[in-house]
Design a protein around this ligand. Sequence first.
Ligand SMILES: *[C@@H]1O[C@H](CO)[C@@H](O)[C@H](O)[C@H]1NC(C)=O
Ligand SMILES: *[C@@H]1O[C@H](CO)[C@@H](O)[C@H](O)[C@H]1NC(C)=O
Ligand SMILES: *[C@@H]1O[C@H](CO)[C@@H](O)[C@H](O)[C@H]1NC(C)=O
Ligand SMILES: *[C@@H]1O[C@H](CO)[C@@H](O)[C@H](O)[C@H]1NC(C)=O
Length: 243
Amino acid sequence: MDRLRRLWMSLLPFGFLLFFSSAFIGVPGALAWSKEGHVMTCQIAQALLEPEASEAVYQLLPDHVKGNLSALCTWPDQIRHWYKYRWTSPLHFIDTPDNACSFQYSRDCHDPQGVEDMCVAGAVKNFTSQLMHYKEGTSDRRYNMTEALLFLSHFMGDIHQPMHVGFTTDEGGNTIELRWFRHKSNLHHVWDREIILTGLADYYDKDVSFLLQDIERNYTDGIWSDDVTSWKHCNDISQCVNK
Ligand SMILES: *[C@@H]1O[C@H](CO)[C@@H](O)[C@H](O)[C@H]1NC(C)=O
Ligand SMILES: *[C@@H]1O[C@H](CO)[C@@H](O)[C@H](O)[C@H]1NC(C)=O
Ligand SMILES: *[C@@H]1O[C@H](CO)[C@@H](O)[C@H](O)[C@H]1NC(C)=O
Ligand SMILES: *[C@@H]1O[C@H](CO)[C@@H](O)[C@H](O)[C@H]1NC(C)=O
């Protein structure tokens, strides 16, 4: 995680729009936020799928979205307060001790009751593993692979939003109030959404597809192209989520 966080920071001046994020921790009224970030991450991800994965995604998505993964990438935010899915609420973030500069899986990846693996890194591991078993034909039939796909797609977005790996006391920046230009906001929300919306308005004529083209150019033959191979490479998911 530390590496992810540093990477994020190094991308700040230009890359701040690549990854985005999710709703307010524990504030039901804020659920509609941050749709743009998740939609963009999923559009980028889906375009990069190899044919076999692409076909599997198509099969797992319900017919009504016509193969469009990003149409459902905010689903985990919509259901996290439903009774049946309340257990997923702690999976959207990681809280570290205040002022800790790095994340430690064994120390930090748990829910408020102390149940292990209940954090966004644990969720990425869990749903990756479910989907790997699905690929190998050894799925556990208790698990719903459509849900696993939607959760993984969403949590890969959340884990890259710096404020989703934040300090416990300020709830990942949610309690840090500030002004964003002329209106009131908070630090978490700035990262979830304000930066994206302001960037879209100032540089991309408010058109998400222009921004996506710019990001795509930057990882195909622009400033990030040398890094892409290392992003793609992961032999052991437990190791990868810790970096
Ligand atoms: C793409 O890279 C250029 C610099 O080469 C930078 O100005 C631009 O902001 C980058 N776009 C995004 C979306 O990061
Ligand atoms: C897929 O869904 C997203 C989110 O609803 C939407 O913005 C996008 O235009 C859709 N893409 C296509 C090809 O329909
Ligand atoms: C993994 O996912 C299953 C459902 O798909 C759930 O029952 C279990 O609690 C999850 N564990 C974690 C750590 O997310
Ligand atoms: C899997 O989950 C989706 C979304 O919650 C649901 O619509 C679908 O009916 C579930 N499939 C099965 C086989 O339970």
